[in-house]
Design a protein around this ligand. Structure first.
Ligand code: HSE
Length: 318
């Protein structure tokens, strides 16, 4: 069996989940990838931090130990724009395949990075950047390759969905619900990215580019959920509705129109049944009609599941 060497950048919520999942399903993954997948180096910030189930001898604080060190695939799970973007660029430019969950980098520099990957004939996998465990990138890119996508309407931020569910169902205070989401490892290191809508904006930008190509984008609305009050939830309930953070994208007159913000959803709306940190995506297409996807939108193993999907696909092709 071939051995494919993996350099891992970051060992936080998703990185730790990735290492555990690779270990837990090792023989299944070996069969599916037709190769042994071996993590040879892991970049961390703090060598002393306790990390259950992680081989300490693999840890390093020097990114070059991971990116420049004879690996076949670099898995970037540190998040944020820099230095992640530079590491990804360097890995691609030195002909390593890259898998990333980094929606910030992809939303801002995705086109450049995909071009760089094409120039160097390597792959850039980013299933984990959007909607946690839901394989929505594959659905749009592969499953719907013969369709024209008419619109995407979705819940893409687990933290906001968790907060709004808790507030609506049990009258929880915004701050308490946010703290719970943080304790569950759902929120970004800087949770303002979640609650002010930036995380959702990045994710819908990525999905829209996949679905509609490289047209110009135009924001019709870009709002967070801080201003949603308990009274808003009560009013929604009295009308048979719930308040949710919803994103949407559609093509209009040659531009991609995007929206992010809180929206009232009637209880029978498909996205109203997305609970907790779940995500949901409704795709309207010309041939396949309407598709609805649900699943875990954030968290350690759900996100790791999508990283593994890219990893197995790339490993098979190597
Ligand atoms: N903070 C993100 C969320 C993590 O809550 O959805 C997954 O991208």
């Amino acid at each position: 069996v071939r051995t494919i060497r993996i350099g891992l950048l970051g060992c936080g919520t998703v990185g730790g989940g990735f290492v555990r999942l690779l270990e837990r399903n090792r023989s299944l993954i070996r069969q599916r990838a037709e190769a042994e997948l071996e993590i040879t180096r892991i970049l961390v910030r703090d060598l002393e931090k306790r990390r259950d189930g992680i081989d300490r001898s693999l840890l390093t604080v020097r990114a070059e130990d991971v990116v420049r060190n004879g690996v076949d695939i670099v898995v970037e799970l540190i998040g944020g724009t820099e230095p992640a973007r530079s590491y990804i660029r360097e890995a691609l430019a030195t002909r390593k395949h890259v898998i990333t969950a980094n929606k910030a980098v992809l939303a801002h520099a995705g086109r450049d990075l995909l071009e760089l990957a094409a120039i160097h004939r390597v792959r850039l996998g980013f299933e984990a950047s959007v909607c946690g465990a839901i394989p929505v990138v594959r659905v749009i890119r592969d499953g719907l390759a013969g369709n024209r996508v008419r619109s995407i309407t979705a819940i893409v931020n687990g933290t906001c969905n968790y907060i709004l569910n808790r507030m609506g169902e049990s009258g929880a205070q915004f701050d308490d619900a946010l703290r719970e989401a943080q304790a569950k490892g759902l929120a970004e290191a800087d949770a303002t990215l979640d609650i002010d809508g930036e995380d959702a904006a990045q994710k819908i930008t990525i999905l829209a580019r996949l679905a509609f190509g490289s047209l110009e984008t135009r924001w019709l609305r870009r709002e967070g959920i801080r201003q949603v009050t308990p009274e808003d939830h009560l009013r929604a309930a009295s009308q048979g509705s719930v308040v949710r953070q919803v994103v949407s994208a559609r093509e209009h007159d040659g531009t991609i129109e995007l929206e992010v913000g809180p929206r009232l959803l009637p209880l029978q709306h498909p996205l109203a049944r997305v609970r907790g940190e779940g995500n949901g995506v409704i795709l309207q297409t010309d041939a396949a009609g309407e598709l609805v996807l649900y699943g875990a939108g954030a968290g350690s193993l759900p996100s790791a599941s999508s990283v593994l999907a890219d990893l197995v696909e790339i490993a098979r092709a190597l």
